[in-house]
Write a protein that binds this ligand. Structure first.
Ligand code: UDP
Ligand code: MG
Length: 320
């Protein structure tokens, strides 16, 4: 019989966090999800960890039959890892969670309760993030959130929080998306009818370092912008029209000026330089954005798998 709740956790070099994570998570699950019709399962994806994470997870799975481990053959990134686990879930409600205990597992029942009210997507909205994350980690998040709100048209406060609950239908719809670059919270929203947000606690990373540097965040932003909207391309055309109009206007002005002041023709040279630079800049921007889309088309047409599973451990595994 399929369980009521599936908890999905991506793991990349989290050996220092796994014991505390499992301790707290299993307690929350035991306390809140017992009894008929409220069974649970936990799916860990080992995203190519190079530390002791995988054996530690396998040990947990060996002791607890409701735990499954999806083993990737290398590191594919957090979102691919979550997808890898999504492909294996069987619960009616699916909760995603980070392994570093920044999202307290104790908040899971709150999200599940909301999902049971009939929401397709329940997002966590991190409270008190100021005291835990550095300004260099929060500022890019702010930008990501603002642009995502614009481009996806869904007004959530916090897209970056991975403590989220999804209905099974939304997860199945996401699994049908074959594109490689996807940002799960935004993708989920495009399939959900009823979306809500609940405030959740946010703690400092329990141990280890964040796997997101500035570059990974910039990449994520490009993913978001280009996979969920054509606005940049459309903005380009608008920008082009505006710049041309300005250019024409300026040309007309120069012509009139020359007719009126035939002696002062040299003055305009520096203005022209300024304008030239403006044009060159705009062109580079345009090419860059076009290139970004074309690059994505190239990646998509190759249609390579988003990840490779080496093995799924746990539940119904044939005895060797
Ligand atoms: N993670 C992953 N693969 C990666 C990077 C991260 O599975 O390539 C996992 C990581 O183990 C953690 C979660 O994704 O459970 C979030 O990572 P992290 O805490 O580094 O991100 P941040 O909190 O800084 O956004
Ligand atoms: Mg974290």
């Amino acid at each position: 019989m399929s369980p009521f709740l599936s908890v999905v956790i991506p793991i990349f070099n989290e050996e220092a966090n796994i014991p505390a994570l499992w301790e707290r998570l299993s307690r929350v699950l035991a306390e809140n999800f017992a009894g008929p019709g409220r069974d649970w399962e936990v799916l860990f994806t080992d995203d190519g960890s190079r530390d002791r994470s995988l054996p530690m997870l396998l040990e947990i799975a060996a002791a607890e039959p409701r735990v499954k481990v999806v083993e990737f053959n290398r590191n594919y990134g957090q979102h691919a890892a979550i997808f890898g686990a999504f492909a294996e879930v069987s619960g009616r409600i699916v909760v995603t969670l980070d392994a570093d205990l920044q999202n307290p597992p104790e908040e899971i029942p709150k999200l599940v309760a909301k999902a049971e009210e009939g929401y397709d997507v329940v997002g966590g909205w991190r409270q008190g993030r100021e005291k835990n994350d550095s300004i260099f980690r929060r500022l890019p998040s702010k930008v990501v959130n603002a642009i995502t709100r614009r481009t996806t048209g869904v007004k959530l406060h916090d897209y970056g929080c991975m403590l989220r609950a999804y209905s099974r239908e939304v997860v199945d719809a996401m699994l049908m998306c074959k594109e490689r670059h996807s940002f799960i919270p935004a993708l989920a929203n495009s399939f959900a009818k009823r979306i809500t947000e609940v405030p959740v606690d946010h703690a400092e990373r329990a141990a280890g370092d964040s796997k997101y540097g500035l570059w990974k965040l910039i990449n994520l932003q490009f993913d978001l912008l280009t996979s969920f909207s054509l606005i940049p391309l459309q903005a380009l055309s608008v920008l082009g029209v505006c710049i041309s109009a300005l250019g024409i206007g300026f040309g007309v002005y120069l012509m009139i000026y020359r007719v009126l002041h035939p002696e002062g023709t040299v003055q305009g040279v520096f203005t022209l330089f300024a304008i030239l630079f403006f044009f060159v800049g705009a062109q580079f921007l345009a090419f860059g954005l076009l290139g970004e889309y074309i690059g994505r088309i190239y990646v998509e047409v190759r249609d390579r798998p988003r990840y490779m599973v080496r093995k799924v451990h746990g539940q119904g595994e044939p005895k060797a």
